[in-house]
Design a protein around this ligand. Structure first.
Ligand code: KET
Length: 425
């Protein structure tokens, strides 16, 4: 290409018709996304036995995407009301954010009356991005964020791209496949400088499926207070851990009751199945209505140049459910139904691996881990073999989305794992 253009130039061809090096010729190819890239590989696989356990998206027992009945009802109520398509305000659908915040903090929460500054967001990812941008600009004490090790893969670029230095605190213990609570405490007590931002998964930790107990949360809250650490909660799975949205809000509500001025990111992708609608909320606890008004004004200043204002349809659906007593009750039942189906899959998988196949290793963590994911302990090479030889897709860290398993594919999946572990695939 380079040689050709030089030759043509020297042959006297007019400069206007010459094609020189493309403007983007130096742009390096990036790696596929660690989670969404798995879906791309899955889609390209033509084998009928293929299974996608990569992305955390709920599937029903037929392996199909699941549109909740309460969502269908909310949509027909909305359709009948013939809503317009006007812009929302910069911070979105005000009634939706009010109800979203109530869902997280609890109807009796004190700051709910005094001052929670909140905005609608482009799902949980957008909430994280607004929050990180707000802290980068206005948190006066630190530009260092501590993430649990491991954490959701997108946390690092979100905080880095927002101007934070990203560090880790101990979370998972690879030998017990459970929480390394002593390591966590030691890191927050001695490693993290005072005033650092600490990211906490409110429930159903991704990717490990390991959550602190209520007693451990209380200790973490005390440590944050003692060390003046700023608690930044990511709550993408409210309802998916225990099947109850209020039980899953324990950590958030406990921290707030202890006087922490938390930041909170909410997503309705998983618990309402509104993945592609991009419905979420970001909130900050403020001291009083006057402070809240100032924070509100700065949230608008951050959002307006990013995307001006959020999409309306999903927020209307979520709000219709949150605001209507019957739909809300139905929704709670459907969240529990999804959580329960996942628990049944955990039990079945554990049974097949330990009793039927006698797969080497201890598989108790499949049952004890919580939420949408199981951190299987499979090694990267085994995940590669599972994809290449058995058409079973998961993230390279051995995380599986339990919701991708069902009565028809669980036996094939367990046999494939058995083969990967025994090296017989
Ligand atoms: N936080 C966590 C912890 C999380 O797992 C996700 C999504 C999000 C936030 C953002 O979700 P949103 O759809 O923006 O509301 N996790 C799944 C999907 C993804 O990676 O985008 C996943 O881990 O598979």
């Amino acid at each position: 290409m380079l040689a050709a253009s030089f030759t043509r130039r020297s042959a006297g061809v007019g400069a206007g018709v010459l094609r020189s090096l493309s403007t983007w010729s130096a742009v390096p190819a990036g790696p596929p996304d660690a989670i969404l890239g798995v879906t791309e590989a899955f889609k390209a696989d033509k084998d009928p036995r293929k299974i996608n356990l990569g992305v955390g998206a709920y599937r029903d027992d037929q392996g199909k995407p699941y549109v909740l009945d309460c969502v269908k009802k909310a949509e027909s109520i909305l359709e009948a009301s013939k809503p317009d398509k006007e812009y929302l305000p910069i911070t979105g659908h005000a009634e939706f954010t009010k109800n979203a915040v109530k869902l997280a903090y609890g109807a009796d929460s004190t700051p709910l009356k005094a001052g929670i500054s909140s905005t609608q967001s482009i799902s949980g990812t957008g909430a994280l991005r607004i929050g990180a941008a707000f802290l980068a600009r206005h948190y006066p004490h630190s530009k260092v964020v501590y993430l649990p090790s491991p954490s959701w893969g997108n946390h690092v670029p979100i905080f880095r791209d927002s101007g934070f230095e990203v560090r880790n605190y101990t979370y998972f213990d690879p030998t017990t496949l459970g929480l390394n609570f002593e390591g966590l405490k030691a890191d927050l007590l001695t490693k993290a400088p005072e005033n650092s931002v600490v990211l906490l998964h409110a429930c159903a930790h991704n990717p490990t499926g390991v959550d602190p107990t209520p007693e451990q949360w209380a200790e973490i809250s005390d440590i944050c207070k003692e060390r003046k650490l700023f608690p930044f909660f990511d709550m993408a799975y409210q309802g998916f851990a225990s099947g109850s949205t209020s039980r899953d809000a324990f950590a958030v509500r406990h921290f707030v009751s202890q006087g922490h001025q938390i930041a909170l990111c909410q997503s309705f992708a998983k618990n309402m199945g509104l993945y592609g609608e991009r419905v979420g909320a970001f909130s900050l606890v403020t001291a009083d209505p006057e402070e809240k008004a100032r924070v509100d004004s700065q949230l608008k200043i951050i959002i307006r140049p990013m995307y001006s204002n959020p999409p309306v349809h999903g927020a209307r659906i979520a709000n219709t459910i949150l605001a209507n007593e019957d739909l809300y009750t139905q929704w709670e039942g459907e969240v529990k139904g999804m959580a329960d189906r996942i628990i049944t899959m955990r039990e079945k998988l554990h049974n097949i691996l330990t009793h039927d196949l006698k797969t080497p290793g201890d598989w108790g963590h499949i049952k004890s881990q919580i939420g949408m994911f199981s951190f299987t302990g499979l090694k990267k090479a085994q995940t590669v073999a599972l994809a290449d030889k058995a058409h079973v897709y998961m993230t390279a860290d051995g995380r599986i989305s339990m919701a991708g398993l069902n009565a028809s594919n669980i036996a094939y999946f367990a046999e494939s794992v058995d083969g990967a572990v025994k090296g017989t695939l």
